[in-house]
Design a binder for this molecule. Structure first.
Ligand code: F6P
Length: 380
């Protein structure tokens, strides 16, 4: 055990999600209980490290936060230390502030930093590690698209919220005999759409990984009507697109490392279905609703396990690693192997197979192999 460690830092980076506070709580309690180590929390992700904004976290500060959504530390998805946006004359310039971050870390007498975040945070952490910052990663995101772990915390809670929405929309779909299209977040991966679609009894699920054929989608709707089921539920991932089409960009945030914010594909799908079938459609875009609320019990346990393990990793000296869940057991993956990669839904994934066995349309003609529609790279 690393007896030298006296003080560790923690930050939450990227989009928030349920479970962040549960990780912070687990880190502070474990550091105190098992090792008598002090914890400093940087505010607003890497922004706080660069700007030297932080607070000391004592056990009393994390009392009662297990059930709270968001993060008591604040977060930012626009704080790349190597390309740090600084407002100058009403416009942003971008500076490499990574050395400032290292200096602040050293001045505080920290021994290591626990970075809780998704792919953007892990990518920044990989580069900060190359500059000598000793980092342990904790994987979070509602998108569940992080490489090196089977699951991220935050995802289950988002699935629960999305499923609840699909359930509620089901009844109005039935009453009005409509096609209801529900768009969920998830960026370039379809995990959230796939899981909430299956859990909510969706009839058609459109994922970024399988650009859809609108005729196949309409055929699925018509087949249901012909069978006497006069409504359909379509769950669409925000990164879905038609065959030969493009993802729908809602806005671009130029200060963000990945500037693209997706949203709005469901309106295209609705217009196309209405045009080709004459059946009335309605659209619901769930958006940031999926990032809010109290973490599910699954996420509370997962986030707590991750937080406890991250502190053990610090004390064991497993620097440069991200805590991970692999085949149901805690493990770890080098942060350098996670950065820049996305974990996407694949045609052979058991959930995809289940969807197909249930007759859920994935927007592909029924007589054609799904593999032929699979697109792994991100086509923006
Ligand atoms: O990565 C989490 C996520 O919620 C994505 O699902 C979504 O595309 C994006 O963040 C939205 O980002 P922002 O909060 O900047 O609008």
């Amino acid at each position: 055990m690393n007896k030298q460690t006296k003080r560790i830092g923690v930050l939450t980076g990227g989009g928030d999600c349920p479970g962040l506070n549960a990780v912070i709580r687990a880190i502070v309690k474990t550091a105190d209980n098992d090792y008598d180590v002090e914890v400093i929390g940087f505010l607003d992700g890497y922004e706080g490290l660069i700007e030297n904004r932080y607070r000391v976290l004592e056990v009393k500060d994390v009392s009662g936060i297990l059930t709270h959504g968001g993060t008591i530390l604040g977060t930012s998805n626009q704080a790349d230390p190597f390309h740090f946006p600084v407002l100058e004359d009403e416009d942003y310039i971008y500076l490499d502030r990574s050395s400032q971050g290292i200096r602040n870390f050293e001045k505080l007498g920290l021994d290591s930093l626990i970075a809780i975040g998704g792919d953007g945070t892990m990518a920044a952490s990989a580069r900060m590690m190359e500059k000598g910052l000793p980092i342990i990663g904790v994987p979070k995101t509602i998108d569940n698209d992080l490489a090196g772990t089977d699951i991220t915390f935050g995802f289950d809670s988002a699935v629960v919220t999305a499923t609840d929405a699909v359930d509620k929309i089901h009844t109005t779909a039935q009453s009005h005999h409509r096609v209801m299209i529900i768009e969920v977040m998830g960026r370039y991966a379809g995990w959230l759409a796939l899981c909430s679609g299956i859990a909510g009894g969706g009839d058609i699920i459109l994922l970024p990984e399988f650009p859809y054929d609108i005729e196949a989608v309409c055929n699925a709707v018509k087949a249901r009507n012909a069978a006497g089921k006069r409504f359909s539920i379509v769950v669409v991932g925000e990164g879905a697109r038609a065959q030969g089409g493009k993802m729908v960009v809602d806005r671009e945030i130029k200060t963000s490392p990945d500037a693209v914010r997706l949203g709005g594909i469901s309106r295209q799908v609705a217009a196309q279905i209405e045009g080709l079938t004459n059946i009335e459609c309605r659209v619901t875009i769930l958006g940031h609703l999926l990032r809010g609320g109290s973490p599910s019990s699954f996420d509370r346990i997962l986030a707590t396990q991750f937080g406890v393990e991250a502190v053990h990793m610090v004390m064991r000296g497993d620097i440069g690693q991200m805590v991970a869940m692999k085949n149901g057991s805690l493990g770890m993956t080098p942060i350098s192997e996670v950065a820049g990669k996305l974990r996407k839904v694949t045609p052979d994934h058991p959930y995809v197979q289940v969807a197909q066995s249930l007759g859920i349309s994935l927007g592909v003609p029924v007589d054609e192999p799904l593999e032929e529609y699979f697109v792994e790279e991100v086509a923006k």
